[in-house]
Design a protein around this ligand. Structure first.
Ligand SMILES: Cc1ncc(COP(=O)(O)O)c(CNc2csc(C(=O)O)c2)c1O
Length: 462
């Protein structure tokens, strides 16, 4: 019984109830980033209900982490299923005392959607800790390969306890300009989207590669964009060689299929296939960060499937819509011994119970096909906005419903987001001046018609 359209009751967003609650929370913790207080019990499907009773069509979905919409019956049923009660209340230290049904749960959830060619998986709690441990797996493999079977030396043991070489090696992870991989120290060293994320935090001095920024429409700029790809690839090859030569070997690289925080920057199939060739030739572990692109928003379960690689990335990290964090990896990246990739919980079996239902609904309702079709309509509507308002918007782009459009200035983008909120569209920005679309997988043509209609209305009023 999803609403038919948004309904905004208050003159301002946030409304008075949210404003009051923000003030109250601010007596306990910093509350300035809060946009709204939400009435999750009254939110349904693709509609978010706030504490003031405003009903928004949600095209942000909790930073792209709601797979099926609010209060989906399949998830309520999972919670009510007695077979899941223990999983929700007896949270295990998975690394040492897993529940007897863990293998079944992993097979019924994560392994049923494992990227082709990746048969092992490690669960984690969130995106950042998935990225952190994926990078550690790359470092372990690099050093195990260097040691080539010899024993760990006393010098390595003692020096690493003091954070010193050789036990703490000068290994690096190559990341990409505008990338976002999380807020914990290692992930943050690979994050380059906004200064405020990094200011005042020590960073590893690791290589930062260029990421292609294309001219749009793609079909009219193939030659220039291919030249951009080749320029980036040449610099990437050179950067890896430079760091290897100066004793700071690149053990791995981490890249998003679409840079979801840094401005919705897309890489071409050619770019990623060539990038994988460079990684392979330099024995660099290829970590594909699908935290934001994974679980279907691009129309394939994993965004990297659009690249049609000859063989899969070495590691694929996930979180958000997958409801659990974690990473799939190739067998050679399994840690050489226990307690190297470890923490108290290592994820949460109750999230696997929910994910199992999500996957069933995606298959039952053929949601990936729906995402593809809705995405085509969405891109058409964004391109029409470009045609109608050429001085305001440009570079409409997207795969599936993972879409974006640029505004001529950041200020205009921010103003449009404010006006869309007042028209009942809950949305957000990406990078300096893009509006990003991050819908659930149940967001369909009817929802899209409302979004596009309101976007055009706002642009027409400017
Ligand atoms: C590609 C990618 N990799 C890793 C992460 C980190 O995931 P979390 O630690 O936030 O779960 C994210 C999280 N996304 C995200 C969007 S805004 C945000 C923030 O911390 O401001 C975080 C991601 O998009």
């Amino acid at each position: 019984n999803e609403p038919k359209e948004p309904l905004i009751r208050t003159a301002t967003i946030p409304g008075p109830k949210s404003i009051e609650l923000i003030k109250e929370l601010n007596t306990i913790q910093l509350a300035s980033p809060i946009q709204l207080f939400v009435d999750y019990e009254s939110s349904i499907g693709n509609y978010l209900c706030d504490a003031d009773g405003n009903l928004f069509l949600d095209i942000y979905s909790q930073i792209s982490s709601i797979p099926l919409g609010y209060n989906h019956p399949a998830l309520i049923e999972a919670l009510r299923d007695p077979a899941n009660t223990s999983a929700f209340i007896n949270r295990p230290a998975l690394g040492i005392l897993p529940p007897k049904d863990l293998v079944d749960r992993l097979r019924a959830s994560l392994l049923s959607v494992a990227p082709p060619g990746l048969n092992e998986v490690q669960t984690m709690a969130c995106g950042s800790c998935s990225v952190e441990n994926a990078m550690k797996a790359a470092f372990f493999w690099y050093q195990t390969r260097i040691r080539d079977g010899r024993e760990v030396t006393r010098e390595e043991m003692d020096s690493c306890l003091a954070n010193q070489y050789p036990g703490s090696p000068y290994l690096t992870i190559m990341s990409f300009k505008h990338g976002f991989h999380g807020r914990t120290f290692g992930a943050l060293s690979c994050t380059h989207s906004k200064y405020i994320h990094k200011l005042d935090v020590p960073s590893f001095d690791w290589p930062i590669a260029p990421f292609p920024i294309y001219r749009y429409p793609l079909e009219d700029n193939e030659r220039e964009n291919k030249a951009t790809d080749d320029q980036c690839l040449e610099e990437i090859q050179d950067l890896i060689e430079r760091f290897n030569r100066k004793g700071r070997p690149v053990a791995g690289l981490i890249v998003e299929p679409i840079q979801g925080e840094g401005g919705d920057n897309h890489g071409s199939k050619y770019f990623f296939n060539q990038l994988q060739k460079i990684a392979k030739s330099q024995q660099v572990v290829f970590i594909c960060d699908e935290v934001q692109t994974g679980c279907g928003p691009t129309g394939k379960f994993w965004a990297h499937e659009h690249w049609e690689l000859d063989n899969p990335p070495d590691i694929v990290t996930f979180s958000k819509k997958m409801l659990t964090g974690g990473y799939f990896y190739k067998a050679h990246l399994r840690p050489d011994q226990g307690f190297r990739i470890f923490n108290t919980w290592l994820g949460d079996p109750s999230k696997l119970a929910l994910l199992e239902r999500v996957i069933k609904v995606i298959k039952r309702d053929n949601l990936l096909e729906s995402v593809k079709e809705t995405g085509k309509e969405m891109l058409k509507g964004l391109k029409e906005a470009e045609t109608r308002f050429p001085g305001l918007v440009s570079r409409s782009r997207g795969v599936g419903t993972f879409c974006a459009i640029d505004f001529v200035t950041p200020e205009l983008r921010n103003e449009v987001i404010k006006r869309l909120h007042l028209k009942g569209i809950h949305c957000g920005g990406s990078g300096a001046a893009a509006l990003r679309v991050r819908t659930t997988l149940t967001f369909n043509k009817n929802h899209n018609d409302i979004f596009i209609d309101r976007l055009h209305n706002v642009l027409a009023e400017l």
